[in-house]
Design a protein around this ligand. Structure first.
Ligand code: ADP
Ligand code: MG
Length: 702
């Protein structure tokens, strides 16, 4: 073992089960185990979600909207009111005479009776501006005797995640009892000192003690914001554990074999001959990366990131050709029928002239058509199989699947990807996998979220595209936009009018689109205007899209269902209503539907004033940039990674301490150390993973 790397310690105490703690019997141990807490070490790493600051009182007039504030006053007025349900209202006044209103919706008689006028009450909770001044709904509170000196806390109170069946005080007590048995610093530490030195982070033991029991002189603002060195130290180790877990998964994947699919320059050249254009440099480079992977007897797992319109489909088709030339089948799965149909049309157009059968499988393929498709897939006649989720069904059996292509992979979960892959299991061997996404994610994040994948980036758009001009307009400018649509269509172009979700219901969304469609049809009688929303039957949706594509329809009014992958180069104008409600990634996806042809395109973002600061910033980003990566960086900063990536795919939102947006500066050191540990001290790597991630199923699935 190289110098500086300690061996994984035995941690005798850490492995002790929780019934070793005073007051923990079998019933309590079972409840803790439900929450994944079995050993002392599990409790050491059961970290506070946040802190409450009960170390000071704020005079009522200095309260500000926001959580975690503590104040004191005397009961001025108590009122029980009934507005649909009983409510208790209590007004407190402090010495300066400022009023603070408390409201309770759940209360019992004795509780109400305790608020005697004149009694001193200390409250803690989230302050909001109410009808009559500051108010707190359901504060935690204590009614104090006049002679109660009621000392303030001397340190921050950690708030732990809930454990079902146990109160917060019990949980805190158990964590503290476990901390009494923390071993000495050396026995606990897994990371080499050099790795931490450059980052000025404390040792693990200090860090744990600090976050669980912040010392009296701790930097309170830093602790509240998660930037205290103790928290950063834990975040560092947690990021390391996740990075190691993903890398280990990748190593496990490599241990499966795969059928090598040799490069097939002649066949791919023939396919290219059918395209009306030459590949961009970026497409060619990414294709080369894929071609090299496929030719190896190890399974490829490669993510192709490319902005909307960068031409990922063509790259996938050329990769498919390499597999088909080697006598293998390829399957292409897309998240929506619309998108899958579009792929089907492209693949048929490109492959069938070369004698490769392209077969279609979606939910609506039933009866005889389905039986025939399944037969062609099973006997190997179908070289390329395009479809939707239906491809994952049990009845679908491939003769010799060599490559799985998944488009817009953020729409699918890891398990779905694996389900499709496993249709190609041959003994230990698995098919190659190519996943494509138009949701670019920042590089730092990609290294963390996708440490188990290779990533290629198509960072160049095909020539001849003019960047989309984007403007943001208040909703009362709508009439001008109607005129712009009229003009654009009179010049032979087409337009989208998008009405996004206003309430959390597909039905209401569909209605809003319906109403807009009626209005626009009336305002633009000379145009053919069509409507598209998620509650239409798939066949209707397809028919509508097809007539838009064939230019029979000039204006398409739709909900956000057109978001993904729809390709109509003649459409050059997009209006998005209520744009302030959409995330950046989604706006960028939508906007990517225009700017696909030669005509100068524009995207008009309509918003309902007044705009909040973040909404304004989002719209500004959209106006200033057409670059998906720039937008993704901004989105990360504005929203945080959980929302950006979706929890389903990565589980990233499940971090206990780390926050990718806040802690991005740690990532380079995390990645370097992960490589070092895997190469030089795999036992330590395992111990780090076990400590933070345990044996979580998501890493067992390579
Ligand atoms: P995306 O990456 O968004 O999936 P597509 O694969 O749908 O992009 O390609 C967008 C459009 O660009 C399609 O009409 C496609 O035929 C066209 N295209 C792809 N590559 C090129 C290229 N190298 N030159 C010109 N047009 C291209
Ligand atoms: Mg696409």
């Amino acid at each position: 073992m190289p110098r500086g790397l300690v061996p994984a310690p035995a941690l005798a105490d850490g492995d002790a089960t929780l019934d070793a703690l005073p007051g923990v019997g079998p019933a309590m141990a079972a409840k803790l185990a439900e929450r994944g807490l079995r050993t002392l070490q599990d409790l050491w790493f059961f970290l506070p979600l946040r802190y409450e600051d009960r170390t000071r009182l704020t005079p009522i007039r200095d309260l500000r909207p926001g959580p975690g504030q503590q104040a004191e006053g005397r009961v001025r007025q108590v009122e029980r009111v009934f507005r649909g349900r009983p409510m208790l209202k209590v007004a407190l006044a402090d010495e300066a005479g400022a009023l603070l209103h408390l409201r309770f919706f759940h209360f019992r008689g004795p509780q109400a009776a305790a608020f005697q006028p004149g009694r001193r009450v200390r409250v803690f909770g989230e302050v909001r501006p109410g009808a009559q001044g500051w108010e707190i709904v359901h504060p935690s509170y204590r009614v104090l005797a006049d002679d109660d000196s009621a000392p303030l806390d001397d340190r921050l109170t950690p708030v732990y995640p809930a454990v079902e069946g146990l109160g917060p005080i019990t949980v805190a007590r158990l964590v503290h009892a476990a901390l009494e048995r923390l071993p000495k610093a050396d026995a606990l530490e897994l990371l080499p000192a050099e790795a931490l030195a450059g980052l000025s982070l404390p040792g693990l033991r200090d860090a744990l003690v600090t976050v669980h029991r912040p010392p009296l002189d701790a930097d309170v603002p830093a602790l509240l914001s998660g930037t205290h060195p103790a928290q950063q130290r834990l975040a560092f180790e947690e990021l390391l554990a996740h990075g190691l877990g993903l890398r280990r998964q990748r190593i496990a994947l490599q241990e499966h074999g795969a059928v090598a699919l040799p490069r097939a320059p002649e066949a791919t050249d023939r396919l290219k001959g059918g395209f009306a254009f030459a590949l961009t440099g970026a497409q060619q480079r990414v294709l080369d990366e894929i071609a090299v992977d496929l030719a190896r007897p190890r399974p490829m797992l490669r993510l192709v990131q490319g902005d909307v319109g960068s031409g990922k489909t063509v790259v996938a088709a050329l990769a498919a050709m390499q597999a088909v030339s080697a006598g293998r089948q390829v399957t292409v799965m897309a998240p929506t029928e619309l998108l899958a149909e579009q792929h089907l049309a492209n693949f048929r157009r490109w492959f069938e002239p070369l004698g490769v059968e392209v077969c279609w499988l979606a939910g609506k393929v039933t009866g005889k058509a389905r039986r025939e498709a399944l037969a062609a897939i099973a006997d190997g006649r179908a070289g390329v199989v395009v479809g939707t989720h239906a491809l994952m069904q049990d009845g679908v059996v491939f003769a010799r699947l060599g490559l799985v292509v998944i488009d817009e992979q953020h729409r699918f979960g890891v398990h779905q990807r694996l389900a499709l892959r496993d249709k190609g299991l041959e003994g230990e061997r698995v098919p190659h996998q190519l996943v494509m996404t138009a949701t670019p994610i920042p590089r730092t994040l990609a290294m963390t979220a996708y440490a188990d994948l290779d990533v290629s980036v198509i960072d160049e758009l095909p020539p001849g595209r003019t960047p989309v001009t984007t403007v943001a307009l208040a909703a009362d400018r709508r009439p001008e936009l109607v005129e712009r649509v009229r003009l654009a269509c009179a010049e032979g172009r087409q337009a989208y009018w998008v009405c996004p979700l206003i309430e959390d219901s597909e039905e209401i969304e569909a209605q809003a689109a319906q109403t807009t469609w009626e209005q626009l049809s009336a305002a633009l009688p000379e145009l053919r205007v069509a409507l598209l929303h998620g509650r239409m039957r798939p066949a209707e949706k397809l028919a509508t899209m097809r007539s838009f594509k064939d230019c029979e329809v000039q204006l398409l009014v739709s909900t956000t269902v057109i978001e993904v992958g729809v390709d109509v180069p003649n459409a050059s104008l997009m209006v998005i209503e209520n744009a302030e409600r959409l995330g950046l990634a989604q706006l960028h996806q939508l906007r990517g539907r225009v700017g696909r042809g030669r005509a100068a395109s524009s995207c008009d973002l309509l918003y309902q004033p007044p705009l909040g600061a973040i909404a304004r910033e989002r719209l500004d980003v959209m106006r200033r940039s057409n670059d998906g990566f720039v937008i993704a960086e901004k989105d990360l900063a504005l929203r945080g990674p959980g929302e950006l990536l979706g929890t389903r795919q990565t589980g990233l939102a499940a971090f206990r301490m780390a926050d990718l947006a806040r802690d991005a500066r740690l990532l380079p050191a995390v990645h370097a150390l992960a490589e070092q540990l895997l190469a030089e001290a795999p036992v330590v790597a395992e111990a780090v993973i076990a400590r933070w991630v345990g044996t979580a199923a998501r890493y067992a699935s390579a």
